[in-house]
Design a protein around this ligand. Structure first.
Ligand SMILES: Cc1ncc(COP(=O)(O)O)c(C=O)c1O
Length: 379
């Protein structure tokens, strides 16, 4: 919780008066959305982003009072749920406008999404005038903001790359909507970190698309302590989640014997194998079989053999070095994150080995893994 607080304070300090909407979709990137949303509310966050209506409903039922933006589409039933629960729809299609019109019994505020190049969600750029005409002076729908989503946010510092073009497009669209007094949000973690890097360099080039407007911020990954830019972040972010497990039992394996399904690992010497209580059923990717390592008593030890649904095995021969295994019974095992002595195994490093990204490592952590919250819950 302290690290989450730290990451949010970094953003609040760097961008004191901006729209700041942390994304807590996908169970807050695996961290536990209810607990984190309530904490973010205490930190003064005024809006949160979810994907599903159901995610928003869970937050509302759990006592989250701040504005909740729902990014996924909806039908009439969904529109009613959004309105009844005082959430804000991010509107991406004509059908969604119609659904809201049909069920709204009071004036509802919406954000309107434009597709500036990702080709996933949102009205097309050419439709801007038509959308404006449809919603201008509308009896039931009030447009509060416009938004888009960067699809290669990593390049946001470049003048002539996709992100710059996307921001320029949204800027143009906002001129069409000028009389509605809207603001725009567009920056994900990559966009934000690029902006912070530019500021650190002292660049204040007002013609740069990142500075065209006070773009609203929708940070996801970075609030959980990881950089999406692939190099050390300027912000000094602190990873929020440590994924830990325990030793289930130790096996003495003779040279030549194999470990786990498919016999994909053969002991080259007499070995001590620790069976760890976590597997792909908990979100530890099977792709990491024979590839990754874990922190065992602060030391990096290799995962050997195939990762099972409920277990994985590690070779701890060099760590135990003939000592009584009993002394290692309660040894802390870290799959990623930091151990109690401050040794770190980054989710980024693990993601790289699994040919994926830290986003997937975090969101994969399964439902049956208990989330234990430590640190100050009240800032
Ligand atoms: C619409 C939208 N905004 C913001 C984000 C946050 O992105 P990131 O986690 O890269 O900051 C996402 C995540 O995918 C998203 O879908």
């Amino acid at each position: 919780m302290d690290n989450l607080t730290h990451n949010i304070r970094v953003l609040q300090k760097a961008f004191p008066n901006r729209f700041l909407c942390p994304m807590v979709k996908a169970n807050a990137y695996g961290h536990g959305d209810v607990k984190l949303a309530l904490h973010l509310e205490k930190l003064g966050i005024q809006q949160l982003g979810v994907c599903l209506i159901e995610e928003g409903l869970l937050l509302r039922k759990s006592g989250v009072n701040v504005e909740i933006l729902v990014f996924r589409g909806f039908d009439e039933v969904g529109a009613k749920a959004i309105i009844d629960n005082n959430m804000t729809a991010v509107v991406s299609t004509w059908e969604q406008i119609e659904a809201l019109e049909k069920v709204a019994n009071k004036k509802v505020s919406v954000h309107v999404k434009f597709d500036t190049g990702m080709n996933r969600l949102g009205f097309r750029v050419e439709e801007a005038q038509k959308v404006f005409d449809r919603l201008n002076g509308h009896a039931k729908i009030e447009v509060k903001a416009l938004c888009t989503h960067l699809y290669i946010g990593e390049n946001a510092q470049e003048m002539d790359q996709t992100s710059a073009h996307q921001l320029q497009k949204l800027n143009k669209i906002s001129e069409v909507f000028k009389s509605m007094n809207v603001f725009c949000h567009a920056l994900n973690s990559s966009g934000i970190l690029n902006l912070m890097e530019m500021e650190k360099k002292g660049s204040q080039d007002k013609s740069h698309p990142l500075y065209m407007q006070n773009w609203g911020l929708r940070p996801g990954l970075m609030i959980y302590g990881y950089s999406s830019l692939g190099h050390p972040d300027v912000a000094g972010l602190k990873p929020v989640m440590n994924l830990k497990s325990v030793v289930n039992n130790f096996r003495q394996v003779k040279a030549g014997e194999t470990v786990s399904y498919g016999a994909k690992w053969t002991a080259q010497r007499d070995s001590v194998i620790a069976v760890i209580s976590i597997g792909y059923g908990d979100g530890y990717h099977r792709l990491l079989s024979n590839k990754s390592s874990v922190l065992f008593d602060g030391k990096s030890v290799p995962v050997v053999g195939t990762v099972c649904m409920d277990y994985l095995m590690v070779d701890v021969t060099d760590v135990v070095q003939g000592r009584a295994l009993e002394t290692f019974k309660n040894t802390e095992v870290v799959l990623f994150g930091a151990d109690q002595k401050g040794h770190v195994l980054s989710a980024d490093e693990l993601a790289h080995k699994a040919h994926t990204i830290s986003y997937e490592m975090l969101t994969s952590v399964g439902e049956r893994v208990p989330r234990v919250y430590v640190g100050k819950e009240t800032p």
